[in-house]
Design a protein around this ligand. Structure first.
Ligand SMILES: NC(=O)c1ccc[n+]([C@@H]2O[C@H](COP(=O)([O-])OP(=O)(O)OC[C@H]3O[C@@H](n4cnc5c(N)ncnc54)[C@H](O)[C@@H]3O)[C@@H](O)[C@H]2O)c1
Length: 331
């Protein structure tokens, strides 16, 4: 059996791919664990690192908006699909048609390809806190109504509903996970939240950078290590754990940006923190102000998932696991 991952060349896709390769097993909708033969990484961009050289990895370059290509990639040997390919927040705001085509039509193509399989696959969909918006309570939870205030958030909310409906019909066994902002990305992308990674990564790499929001701005964040734990856990849980409620808010810690800067100071000294210049950008500030700050993910916690303890824990894990390799590559 095979696993297919869309967005397989992205930040989270690459990290999850390595975790899945280390585990070596796939789980289909019947809950049976089987050693997988292939991990198919599907992305519009070509994978060019170590991962692509693993004999179990097959790379397919293509567009999820192209239904025919996807139908070839998601075939009768597919036990599970991780759907991560997306045009992220600021990208979808900048190009409405592209966002709609990739995020909505692309998701529909993924689900339709799954529907045509002889055995319904298990599907993990990367949703986002961007599904929330409008007049939000101080702390959001699974029951908070969805009023997305970006096109990207609207596409993710539509994806969640489709995951639920295709699961209800028995076409697949889907789980939509609402990710908070995941730290620390190795390079920027078009997400409005990308600066949160940049203000940690760049100064610790010895480079000057800027922070586009007021340090008092609060964000819900999680380390990539904790996220991978949550994704794998959600993937392994039986369908009964989700029932009719296929979307799940993941745990996160609420951190003022000032706390991220303080964690950089503790990890890299005053010289590192001084490399962060405050350069307010009203557009980014407006988007960040619309995001939920506090997260009550009681349901995910009851299912066995957890957040990081502190921002220092997130920064320290970046320093221990990623920074040495990045420093070496930068030389
Ligand atoms: N990183 C976060 O903080 C965060 C937070 C919430 C939700 N998410 C969601 O998690 C998923 C992964 O996020 P990420 O941080 O790895 O993002 P990323 O930008 O690093 O990766 C997205 C990948 O999708 C690919 N892609 C874009 N358009 C495509 C297309 N038409 N066809 C095929 N592939 C295409 C890109 O090439 C990229 O490799 C996304 O769906 C994102 O919306 C991420």
């Amino acid at each position: 059996m095979n696993i297919v991952m869309t967005g397989g060349n992205g930040f989270i896709g690459r990290r999850l791919a390595q975790r899945l390769l280390d585990g070596g097993e796939a789980i289909g909708a019947d809950g049976q664990r089987v050693a997988f033969e292939k991990l198919v990484l599907f992305d519009i961009a070509r994978l060019d690192d170590e991962l692509g050289r693993d004999p179990r990895v097959e790379q397919v370059t293509g567009d999820i908006a192209d239904a025919a290509t996807l139908a070839r990639v998601i075939d009768a040997s597919t036990a599970a699909v991780f759907h991560f390919g997306a045009v992220v927040s600021a990208g979808a705001e900048a190009d409405f048609d592209l966002g709609l085509r990739v995020n909505l039509d692309g998701t529909r193509n993924v689900l339709e390809a799954c529907r045509r399989l002889p055995a319904p696959p298990r599907v993990i969909f990367a949703s986002s806190l961007a599904v929330y918006g409008g007049a939000l309570p101080k702390v959001i939870d699974d029951a908070t109504p969805l009023y997305p205030q970006t096109s990207y958030g609207a596409h993710k909310a539509c994806g969640e509903l489709l995951i639920s409906d295709y699961s209800r019909k028995g076409f697949l066994d889907g789980r939509a996970l609402r990710f908070p902002t995941i730290l620390v990305r190795p390079e920027p992308n078009l997400a409005a939240s990308t600066f949160a990674s940049t203000i940690i990564r760049e100064p610790l790499l010895g480079r000057e950078t800027s922070c586009p929001v007021d340090p008092s701005s609060v964000m819900a964040v999680m380390s990539v290590a904790r996220l991978l734990d949550c994704i794998v856990h959600a993937y392994e849980l039986p369908a009964a754990a989700f029932g009719a409620q296929r979307a799940l808010l993941l745990p996160a810690i609420s951190a003022p940006v000032a706390e991220m800067i303080a964690a950089v100071r503790r990890a890299g000294g005053a010289a590192a923190a001084d490399r962060i210049a405050l350069r307010p950008d009203p557009k980014t500030q407006h988007i960040v102000d619309g995001w939920p700050g506090g997260v009550n993910a009681e349901r995910a916690v009851a299912l066995g998932m957890r957040a990081d303890a502190t921002v220092d824990e997130i920064v320290d894990s970046f320093v221990a696991e990623d920074l040495p390799r990045m420093l070496q590559a930068a030389r």
